[in-house]
Design a binder for this molecule. Structure first.
Ligand code: MN3
Length: 187
């Protein structure tokens, strides 16, 4: 993703941060049989089976795993830099054009207070909407489907951009995998 997102940041983000989420939730669930019984996404809807004292830890780390798995897919070095097919007209209808969408999404991402994510989702009515989530909370738990999302935890940009989140968001637009976004939109 160079020069937009630097290799060292991505390496640490993928092999350390994401790995830690997987290690943690797997460890928390090791004697429950739940990781054998359910896929990570299925686990999302069976959290009632998680022992109470482990639930928040599982939520933080399982959702961290799910969000990051989604995030890697939505990034590509060969970005078309604008949406495809059906997503183009849906974005036009919901946000008044791609430039206006870009501006509104950027504002969402900029104004996440502390650690979290900004998302373009399909809401329960199947309409496009913008969301912010804190920590590793995922729109999936509200029954909404992510189309694109940006991780704005400082670990996603601090090495290269320090406190300048706006620079990182600007770079994000250069590496969005719109082909994958279209798949998320129509699936
Ligand atoms: Mn992250």
């Amino acid at each position: 993703l160079e020069p937009h997102i630097d290799a060292l940041t991505m390496e640490i983000h993928h092999s350390k941060h994401h790995q830690t989420y997987i290690t943690n939730y797997t460890h928390l669930l090791q004697d429950t049989g739940l990781t054998q019984k359910y896929s990570p996404l299925e686990l999302l809807t069976h959290l009632d089976e998680v022992p109470a004292e482990k639930k928040q830890g599982v939520i933080n780390n399982l959702w961290g795993h799910i969000n990051h798995s989604f995030f890697w897919e939505i990034l590509t070095p060969q970005s078309s830099r604008s949406p495809w097919d059906g997503l183009v007209s849906a974005i036009d209808a919901s946000f008044g054009g791609f430039d206006s969408f870009k501006e509104q999404f950027t504002q969402k991402a900029l104004t996440v207070f502390g650690s979290g994510w900004a998302w373009l989702v399909l809401d329960k009515q199947g309409k496009l909407a913008l969301r912010q989530t804190m920590w590793q909370n995922t729109p999936l738990s509200d029954g909404e489907k992510p189309v694109i999302g940006i991780d704005v935890w400082e670990h996603a940009y601090y090495l290269k951009h320090q406190n300048k989140r706006a620079e990182y968001i600007k770079s994000f637009w250069e590496v969005i995998n719109w082909e994958q976004a279209e798949k998320n939109f129509i699936s």
